[in-house]
Design a protein around this ligand. Structure first.
Ligand code: ADP
Length: 348
């Protein structure tokens, strides 16, 4: 029986288990044995001390029980050693020793670079974009993005209810690493009045002016959705002119955070701004139907490609259809940030 393998790598994202289940069901249908590899590329190298066997034959019955669960049953991890070409050669040798004819890698762009290297070493690989960040330009959506946005929308709606009750503005920090898509969609779907993203420069002073204008015109419960990566595009903020207790201190990049932003805005506008950081609930949520349908189709496409001896491909969505393209092409594409939507949200 020909063998294929599957691993999840990088940050976890809702829908990873659904994708592994789809790979397992399709492998069984096409008469392929499926090897599960735990903890990303570490599992290929036996790098995890004391871990149970990280390479194992996957049992379809076990996998079927996991399909709806968030997180990843295969575990996930980063593997620094994989940047070393000699380590990657060892991984390719290990896969060849196991007679694996193809590998499905579920992860983000870093994981895809690892897969690209394995392809060059003779292991056909297929990438499924598993990251909540939606930071892969070749695809309209990544697995977990829709779930993360829905989680944030639910959270912001709840926060806005309390904001309304108490006439308090809210600062809500969402995830997305260097990509502002989660923040943008969350702000759009909840009617939030201000959104801050890493793709666009902004300043605390401008946000304070906009917030003050909203409050003065009667909107005392405005919401500021800030992407976790947005502090990197913030203009340095000299707190001294506004917050003398802080002394002579210029906030820049990671020295700013949601709590500090809320308390700074409170001092500058006299509105009782409060901060919430949504955090890991965005990654550990039950996957939405949209993410699960993508997982179902992506798992099928991955197995069909490998069964036909085709590797070096990644799966994505375009015009709402699941498609595949080469890893090399996918990794060369550049992102097209929705600047007009950003401007619209921040001006209405
Ligand atoms: P993501 O896949 O979510 O983007 P990372 O960027 O942390 O997450 O990458 C996950 C793993 O992929 C890394 O820990 C490493 O094992 C592997 N990886 C990342 N970049 C490369 C690269 N340039 N070459 C080979 N492997 C890489």
């Amino acid at each position: 029986m020909p063998k294929i393998a599957v691993l999840t790598s990088g940050g976890d994202s809702p829908g990873m288990n659904a994708a592994v289940t789809s790979v397992a069901r399709n492998a069984a249908y096409y008469g392929l044995e499926l090897i599960g590899i735990k903890r990303g590329y570490n599992g290929l190298l036996g790098l995890q001390d004391g871990a149970e066997d990280d390479i194992f034959t996957m049992n379809l019955d076990t996998v079927l029980d996991l399909a709806d669960l968030p997180g990843t049953y295969l575990r996930t991890a980063r593997c620094e050693q994989f940047h070393d070409p000699k380590v990657r050669e060892e991984a390719a040798r290990n896969l060849k020793k196991l007679d694996v004819v193809g590998l499905v890698v579920i992860g983000g762009d870093g994981s895809f670079r690892g897969a690209q290297s394995l392809c060059q070493l003779g292991i056909p690989c297929i990438g499924i974009p598993g990251t909540i960040d939606n930071d892969l330009p070749y695809t309209e959506m990544t697995l977990g993005y829709d779930t993360a946005v829905n989680c944030d929308v639910e959270a912001v709606r709840a926060i806005r209810a309390t904001s309304r009750s108490h006439d308090r503005p809210a600062v809500v920090e969402v995830m997305g690493r260097n990509c502002g898509d989660i923040a943008l969609s969350t702000a759009e779907a909840t009617g939030s009045e201000i959104v801050l993203v890493p793709e666009m420069p902004w300043s605390v002073e401008e946000v304070a002016v906009r917030l003050k204008k909203l409050v003065d015109s009667g909107n005392t419960r405005a919401t500021i959705v800030v992407a976790e990566g947005a502090y990197a595009s913030m203009k340095p903020f000299d707190a001294y002119s506004y917050l003398s207790p802080f002394g002579k201190q210029v906030f820049q990049g990671q020295s700013m955070n949601a709590n500090l932003l809320a308390s700074t805005l409170k001092h500058m506008t006299h509105a009782e701004a409060r901060a919430t950081v949504i955090g890991y609930t965005q990654r550990g949520c039950q996957p939405t139907a949209r993410d699960c349908t993508f997982a179902f189709e992506a798992g099928n496409m991955a197995v069909v490609l490998l069964k036909n001896g085709i590797g070096n491909q990644v799966i994505g969505t375009r015009n709402n259809r699941t498609f595949h393209t080469s890893i090399d092409t996918a990794l060369c594409e550049t992102r097209n940030f929705k600047e007009s939507l950003y401007n619209l949200i921040n001006s209405l």
